[in-house]
Design a protein around this ligand. Structure first.
Ligand code: HEC
Ligand code: HEC
Length: 479
C-alpha cells in the first residue's frame, strides 16, 4: 500500500509536479503571449502611424491596408510673404472690370478665384467683346501654378544659353527624329524632340507679363483696341496714384511703359499670391505623410501610374522631383490627342477652319512646322476635377466623358466621332487628313486597336476619377 501509495505517489508525484509546473507555467506563457501580442499590436499601431519608419515590405502592407504613404517626402513650397506693393497693384488690376471695353469683364471673370482661377461656368468657351456677345476660341485654363511654367522651346534644354537656335531651327532639326514613347514612370526611349513649355494652349506666350496683353487686346475677350486705350483707363483708375508711387510722377507720359508695368504687376500678383499655388490638395498631404488615401483613390493612383493601363503619368507627371518640388501633373509637352471637333463653337461653323494648336492659326511662327499640327499643351491635372469644361475646344463637360475618350478613342471611335454621308466614321475630325499622322497612337491608353479590349474597366475609371479628385486644392481665400 505504502509501496503502492509510494509508487502511486511516485507515479502520481511527477504528474502532479508536471501539473504543478504547468500550473506555474500557464500564467507565464499567457503573460509571454500577451506581451508578444501587445508588442505586435504596438508594432502594427506604430507601423500604421509611422509607415515610413518600418521596413519597406511592412510599409507596403500598411499602404495597402490603410492608404497611408510609406515613403513621405518634404515638399518644397514657395515661401509665403505679404504681397509686395507691385503685386498689390496687380491684384487691383486683376479684379478691375473697368479695364475691359465692355466695362464688365476683369481677368477674374474668366479666371475665377472660386474655380481654381478657371472658368466660373460650364460654357464651352466664355463670352467677351464690347457687348460680351462674342464667343471665345478656347476655354480658359486655370491660372494656378503657372509660376513654374517653362518658356516655349523645342527639344531638350534649348533656350537656356545665349546662342540658342531659333525655334524654326530647332523644329527643323527635330523633324527627322522619331517620336519617343511616353510611359508612366519609365525613362523615355530616345531624346525627346518635342515642343514644350509656354503659356496658352499653344504656347504662344512665354511670360505672364507678355501673356496679359493677350486678353486685354483680344477682340473676343476684354476687347481694347490699343495699348493707348488701356493706358487711358489706367490713368483714370481709382488706384492711379499707386502707379506714380511705384514708378514716379512721369509714368503716365509713356503709355507703352505704363501698360508694360501694369502687366508686370499682374504677373507679380499671380506669382506672389499663395492662392495661386497652395499645394494643399489631399495628394500633397498624402505625399508628405499627413493624409490617407481611400482604397479607391489608392487603386486610382496605381492605375494612373501604370504604364500598361491608364498611363496618365506618362504625360501628367505624378511624382515629386528629387529636389522636393511638388509634381505638376504635366510634362509641359505638346501632344495631338485628336479630340473631336466641337461643332458648337462659332469659329467651327466654317468647315475649313481648324484650330491646330502649335502650328496655328492663333500662333503664326510655327505654321510651316506641320509635324506639330494638332498639338496642344498637356495641362496640369491639379484642380482639373473642379472644372466643368475640358480639352482645348471645350468639347467635354465632365471627367466621365474625358475618361471614355481616353479609353475608347481607338477601340470604339464611333462613340466619339460623327459619320460621313457613306457611314464611315470621321476619326480625328478636328484635324485635316494630311496632319492626322501627328495624332498619338503609341502611348497607352491610345495604343489599343479597333475592337481591342479597352485599357480600363468601368470600375478602374471610377477609381482614377476618385484619385483625380485628390488633386483639388482646399479653398484658400486670396488676400
Ligand atoms: C473672356 C475671357 C478671358 C478674360 C477676360 C481673360 N482671360 Fe486669360 N485666358 C482666356 C482663355 C480663353 C485663355 C486660353 C487662350 C488660348 O489658349 O489661346 C486664357 C489664357 C490665359 C493665360 C495662360 C494660361 C495657361 O495655362 O497657359 C493666362 C496667364 C491668362 N489667361 C491670364 C489672364 C489675365 C491676367 C487676364 C486679365 C488681364 C485674363 N487672362 C483675362 C480667357 C480670358
Ligand atoms: C500622351 C500624353 C497624355 C497621356 C498619356 C494622357 N494625357 Fe491627359 N492630356 C494630354 C494632353 C496633350 C491634353 C490636352 C489635349 C487637348 O486639349 O487637345 C490632355 C488633357 C487632359 C485633361 C483635360 C484637362 C483640361 O484642363 O482641360 C484631363 C482631365 C486629362 N488629360 C486626364 C488624363 C488622364 C486621366 C489620363 C490617363 C487615363 C491622361 N490624361 C493621359 C496628354 C496626355
Amino acid at each position: 500500500m505504502s509501496e503502492l501509495s509510494s509508487s502511486s505517489a511516485s507515479s502520481a508525484s511527477p504528474s502532479a509536479s508536471v501539473k504543478a509546473k504547468h500550473a506555474r507555467l500557464k500564467p507565464r506563457v499567457a503573460a509571454a503571449v500577451a506581451v508578444i501580442a501587445a508588442a505586435a499590436l504596438a508594432f502594427c499601431a506604430y507601423a500604421v502611424a509611422f509607415p515610413a519608419s518600418v521596413p519597406a515590405p511592412v510599409g507596403a502592407v500598411v499602404e495597402n491596408l490603410t492608404g497611408a504613404n510609406p515613403h513621405p517626402v518634404v515638399l518644397q513650397r514657395p515661401p509665403v510673404a505679404p504681397l509686395s506693393a507691385m503685386a498689390q497693384l496687380g491684384k487691383q488690376l486683376f479684379f478691375d472690370p473697368a479695364l475691359s471695353a465692355s466695362g464688365k469683364q476683369s481677368c477674374a471673370s474668366c479666371h475665377s478665384p472660386a474655380h481654381a482661377y478657371g472658368p466660373p461656368n460650364g460654357l464651352d468657351v466664355q463670352q467677351g467683346g464690347l457687348a460680351l456677345a462674342q464667343q471665345g476660341y478656347r476655354p480658359p485654363p486655370s491660372l494656378m501654378y503657372l509660376y513654374r511654367q517653362p518658356n516655349f522651346s523645342i527639344g531638350p534644354d534649348a533656350g537656356e544659353n545665349d546662342d540658342a537656335p531659333t525655334l524654326a531651327q530647332q523644329a527643323t532639326a527635330a523633324a527627322g527624329v522619331v517620336k519617343s514613347q511616353k510611359t508612366a514612370g519609365g525613362a523615355s526611349t530616345s531624346v525627346e524632340m518635342v515642343p514644350q513649355g509656354g503659356l496658352f494652349w499653344d504656347g504662344r506666350a512665354d511670360t505672364l507679363q507678355q501673356q496679359a496683353y493677350g486678353p486685354l487686346l483680344n477682340p473676343v475677350e476684354m476687347a481694347n483696341t490699343s495699348v493707348e486705350q488701356v493706358a487711358a483707363k489706367l490713368q483714370h483708375a481709382s488706384y492711379a496714384k499707386r502707379f506714380t508711387e511705384l514708378f514716379g510722377s512721369r509714368i503716365f507720359d509713356d503709355h507703352k511703359l505704363l501698360v508694360s508695368e501694369a502687366m508686370f504687376a499682374i504677373s507679380r500678383y499671380q506669382v506672389e499670391d499663395p492662392s495661386f499655388h497652395p499645394y494643399n490638395s489631399k495628394y500633397d498631404r498624402w505625399l508628405e505623410g499627413h493624409a490617407r488615401l481611400t482604397q479607391a483613390e489608392l487603386r486610382g493612383l496605381r492605375l494612373f501610374n501604370d504604364p500598361g493601363k491608364a498611363n496618365c503619368a506618362g504625360c501628367h507627371l505624378s511624382k515629386p522631383g528629387k529636389d522636393g518640388l511638388p509634381p505638376m501633373f504635366t510634362d509641359y509637352q505638346y501632344e495631338a490627342l485628336g479630340v473631336p471637333r466641337n461643332r458648337g463653337l462659332a469659329q467651327n461653323r466654317d468647315p475649313r477652319f481648324f484650330d491646330l494648336g502649335v502650328c496655328g492659326p492663333f500662333r503664326a511662327d510655327m505654321k510651316d512646322q506641320t509635324q506639330y499640327c494638332g498639338m496642344f499643351l498637356t495641362p496640369t491635372l491639379r484642380n482639373a476635377a473642379t472644372r466643368t469644361v475640358f480639352f482645348h475646344n471645350g468639347i467635354y463637360h465632365d471627367l466621365d466623358h474625358v475618361m471614355a475618350f481616353y479609353n475608347e478613342r481607338n477601340t470604339d471611335p464611333g462613340k466619339f466621332y460623327p459619320r460621313d454621308a457613306r457611314g464611315k466614321i470621321e476619326k480625328y475630325d478636328d484635324i485635316p487628313l494630311q496632319y492626322q499622322k501627328n495624332v498619338d497612337v503609341t502611348d497607352a491608353p491610345f495604343d489599343r486597336k479597333f475592337g481591342d479590349r479597352p485599357a480600363m474597366s468601368d470600375d478602374e475609371i471610377r477609381d482614377i476619377v476618385a484619385f483625380l479628385k485628390t488633386l483639388n486644392d482646399a479653398p484658400l481665400s486670396s488676400n
